[in-house]
Design a protein around this ligand. Sequence first.
Ligand SMILES: Nc1ncnc2c1ncn2[C@@H]1O[C@H](COP(=O)(O)OP(=O)(O)OP(=O)(O)O)[C@@H](O)[C@H]1O
Ligand SMILES: [Mg+2]
Length: 464
Amino acid sequence: MAELKLSESRDLTRIERIGAHSHIRGLGLDANLQPRDSSQGMVGQVPARKAAGLILQMIREGKIAGRAVLIAGQPGTGKTAIAMGLAKALGEETPFAMMAGSELFSLEMGKTEALTQAFRKAIGVRIKEETEIIEGEVVELQIDRPATQGAALKTGKLVMKTTEMETVYDLGAKMIESLGRDKVQSGDIIVIDKASGKITKLGRSFNRSRDYDAMGPQTKFVQCPDGELQKRKEVVHCVTLHEIDVINSRTQGFLALFTGDTGEIRAEVREQIDTKVAEWREEGKAEIVPGVLFIDEVHMLDIECFSFLNRALENEMAPILVVATNRGITRIRGTNYKSPHGIPIDLLDRLLIISTQPYTEEEIRKILDIRCDEEDVEMSEDAKVLLTKIGVETSLRYAIHLITAASLACQKRKGKLVEMEDISRVYQLFLDVKRSTQYLVEYQNQFMFNEVPGEVDGVETMQV
Ligand SMILES: Nc1ncnc2c1ncn2[C@@H]1O[C@H](COP(=O)(O)OP(=O)(O)OP(=O)(O)O)[C@@H](O)[C@H]1O
Ligand SMILES: [Mg+2]
């Protein structure tokens, strides 16, 4: 592997699809990183958001690596939401990789390989490249077609100018073809990348603005460039280490990035890439951008994974690790020991812990308002009051789910505004956890594998 392939990854676009958290557009902080009461879809949870803001600042400054944060709290208190907000606040430039603990056990690769890939998805490399370009206005394009057929025999001349100079270039077959493909004609301002031969049309020259009628209103007019025709230009692009791995792994090829079907990547490939990246850093050609790896439901990891995390965090190129869990003191997967959050003490010791608190009635109301807007549901004031009550009595999630259902019930009776009757209708149709448990307790004899609570061997029954 003499040269690392990078160019292909530039054309990739990243697609994001989040349902439950689509209303969250950031952490809702002001310029001093203080949380606003309700902003960017985020409501309340002020201390946790403030802490997340500090993390955000640490990441932005890019100076620290290998820190880890745990977001702990009861179900539905916004742990995942805060991580999403952090991702949004970081913007496109900082890599953010996300996975759920359980995913590790469903992949067709070893757990540590999956974790390694996740870590490398969260480490960006900003690469500076100098390229030589020719930028100017096309004065004349002349292509000689020889009597014999065949594109390879075509020759031609391209005259280009800036405000200060004019040069004639001889054209080869490849350039003639791309000039033809891009329909370049005299009066165009173009940029030619000398290494790749790629042509970019910037627009039409102002000198030709009287051609306006012939060209139509979409035409963009630009000034004829000044100075030298040939220039050196610095381009910067950002890729993740994982993207470089996949592109350079011979068995995979870069299409694997689209399918997500990367399989295991050989250790030698990674080593070579790390060496190359280290060289580039020495030469000032590349910079490491530590991003964020978010592992949700971290209690699903087992003891091997936890050991891996301990070690990986000590690597110089480690990203910031953010994990979340709603578990209390529980068994560490893969052992018979219990520990807070199901996380071994040695890893816990490395974590900064942010805790989330249950929402007040007012906050629940605000979150429901935001969700109604997000889902384009219009709801009467009475209905909102009722839904908030339901949220307080059952759970925020349950209340959020009822919004869509109630809006469908409203459509069915051809109403425009979701009313109390719609809410109470769906409240009867869909049980929340409490009522469902109640029902089970009453009718348990009629279900399969029914056991009396509290009498299950070695298994603790969950308290609701
Ligand atoms: N502070 C908040 N502002 C706006 N929306 C919120 C806030 N907190 C939670 N939500 C929304 O409420 C729902 C439940 O929150 P979330 O999924 O983040 O809970 P969680 O703490 O991750 O729960 P679990 O422990 O079950 O994973 C989501 O739709 C989330 O977007
Ligand atoms: Mg969650």
